[in-house]
Design a protein around this ligand. Structure first.
Ligand code: 13P
Ligand code: 13P
Ligand code: MG
Ligand code: MG
Length: 391
C-alpha cells in the first residue's frame, strides 16, 4: 500500500493523418509512435504502454507514476504524435497533423488538439479497467452510456444488490461552452443530472467518483476541437477510462450500457447524427458515409503498473444485434440526406463550413412583408441551450 502503489493511466489520442480519407490510421504512423513510447519505457519514464487506433485516431495508452497533467508524459505524447505526423506527411496521408492545432508545446497537450483522459489511483489487488475509444463522434457521446452504468439500476444490477455500489456515484459535469464544472450526486439528483447531460454538445460528463470514499471510477476526454480552434477541424473523437469490479460496476455491467446504439453527433464531416456502433479492433474503421460512428472497448488488468491485456471486449457475437440495429438506424437516418435531424442543428453547424455558404447567400435575401416579420425569435443559441431568460 501507500504512495508507491499510486499509478496513473493516461490515454492521449490524436488524429495525425489517415489512410484513404478519414478511414483508418496507417500502421507506419503507429510504429513511429510506438518507438517513442518503447524508448520512454526503457528509460523508466513510463511503466507500460499500448498503442492502437480506432478509425483515424491514434491512441496512446500509458501507465506511469507521474500523476495526471504531467508535463513529462504530455511531452512524450506530443513527441510521439509529432513523429507519427512526420511519417504521415511523408506518406502523403490525409489530413496529416489534423489534431495538432499548435506547433508550440508548453507542458500540457490540453488545448492543443489531442484528447486526454487520465486518472490516478492506488492499485487494487486486481485492477480491471476498460479503455473506451470512439471515432466520428464527440465527448458527450459518453453521457448516455456512463449515466446508465453509474446511475441506472436496469443496467447495473450492482447499484441495487451490491452494498459497495449502493451508495451511488458523483458526476462531475463540464459545461464546455462556459468552462465551468458542477458536481452532482446520483441517485438523489438524477433528474437534475439528466437535465444537463441530455444536452451532450454542451454538458459533458468529465469524471465519476464513488460517493462512499471519493474513489475515481471514470474519466472522459472533454476536448472540443472546434471550440478550441473556432472552426471545423475534425470531430473530437473521445476516449474514456472506466474502473471495473470489486466496488465498481462489473465489466459486463459497463459493457451492457453500449448494447443500445444511441444517436451521437459526428459521422460525416462531424455534422450528422448517427448510431454509435460497438466494434472489435478489426472493425475499428469508418466506411459508410465516413461511419457509422464506432466505439472500441479494450479491457486491461493493471498490475504493478503493467498493462496486462488487452481483451477486445466488443469483438463478440453478443454485440451482433447491437451492430445490426445500428445498421438499420444508419439506413433509416441516412435517407434524410441533408435534413435535420440527421444533419446537426444550427448551433453545432456554426463550427463547420456551413457559415461560409450562408455568408455567400446573405445579400440575396430581400425584406419580407411587414406582417411576415411579426414573429421574429430573439433567441441566442446559448440561451436556448441553458434555458436562461432572453429578451
Ligand atoms: P465483483 O464483486 O468482483 O465486482 O464481481 C461481481 C460479479 O460477479 C460480476 O458479474
Ligand atoms: P475525423 O474527426 O475522424 O477526422 O473525421 C472528420 C470527418 O470529416 C469525417 O467525415
Ligand atoms: Mg480525420
Ligand atoms: Mg477520427
Amino acid at each position: 500500500m501507500g504512495e508507491e502503489r499510486r499509478i496513473t493511466i493516461s490515454v492521449i489520442k490524436a488524429d495525425i493523418g489517415s489512410l484513404a480519407g478519414h478511414h483508418k490510421v496507417h500502421p507506419d504512423t503507429m510504429a513511429a509512435a510506438s518507438r517513442i513510447l518503447a524508448e520512454a519505457k526503457s528509460k523508466g519514464v513510463i511503466i507500460d504502454y499500448y498503442v492502437t487506433h480506432v478509425g483515424d485516431d491514434l491512441e496512446l495508452i500509458m501507465t506511469h507514476r507521474k500523476g495526471i497533467d504531467s508535463p513529462e508524459i504530455h511531452g512524450l505524447a506530443w513527441e510521439a504524435f509529432k513523429k507519427a505526423t512526420e511519417v504521415a506527411k511523408e506518406l502523403g496521408l490525409y489530413a496529416a497533423g489534423q489534431d495538432l492545432l499548435s506547433d508550440a508545446f508548453s507542458g500540457n497537450v490540453r488545448g492543443l488538439g489531442p484528447g486526454v483522459a487520465e486518472m490516478e489511483f492506488v492499485e487494487r489487488k486486481s485492477e480491471p479497467i476498460i479503455v473506451f475509444m470512439a471515432d466520428k463522434t464527440e465527448p458527450g457521446a459518453f453521457n448516455l452510456p456512463l449515466f446508465k452504468v453509474f446511475a441506472d439500476p436496469f443496467t447495473t444490477a450492482g447499484l441495487v444488490i451490491d452494498p459497495r455500489l449502493h451508495g451511488g456515484f458523483k458526476f462531475e459535469i463540464l459545461d464546455v461552452f462556459e468552462g465551468k464544472y458542477v458536481v452532482m450526486s446520483a441517485p438523489e439528483e438524477m433528474y437534475d443530472i439528466l437535465a444537463l447531460i441530455g444536452t451532450p454538445a454542451r454538458y459533458v460528463i468529465k469524471r465519476i467518483y464513488r460517493k462512499s470514499d471519493n474513489e475515481i471510477a471514470a474519466v472522459v476526454s472533454s476536448e472540443r476541437l472546434n471550440l478550441i480552434a473556432g472552426r471545423y477541424v475534425g470531430k473530437d473523437d473521445p476516449v474514456a477510462i472506466v474502473r471495473a469490479q470489486s466496488g465498481f460496476p462489473a465489466v459486463g455491467e459497463i459493457l451492457e450500457a453500449f448494447a443500445f446504439p444511441h444517436l451521437v453527433a459526428g459521422w460525416m464531416r462531424g455534422s450528422h447524427f448517427g448510431p454509435l456502433m460497438p466494434v472489435g479492433l478489426k472493425d475499428a474503421k469508418c466506411t459508410r458515409f465516413d461511419g457509422p460512428p464506432r466505439i472500441v472497448a479494450l479491457g486491461f488488468n493493471v498490475s504493478k503498473g503493467r498493462l496486462i491485456g488487452p481483451a477486445d471486449l466488443f469483438d463478440d457475437p453478443a454485440f451482433d444485434e447491437t451492430r445490426r440495429l445500428a445498421q438499420t438506424i444508419a439506413e433509416y437516418i441516412r435517407r434524410h440526406g441533408p435534413f435535420m435531424p440527421h444533419r446537426l442543428g444550427p448551433e453545432e453547424m456554426e463550427y463547420t463550413t456551413l457559415p461560409e455558404v450562408l455568408e455567400k447567400l446573405k445579400d440575396r435575401f430581400v425584406e419580407a412583408k411587414e406582417y411576415e416579420k411579426r414573429i421574429k425569435p430573439k433567441l441566442r443559441h446559448s440561451a436556448l441551450l441553458s434555458g436562461e431568460p432572453h429578451e
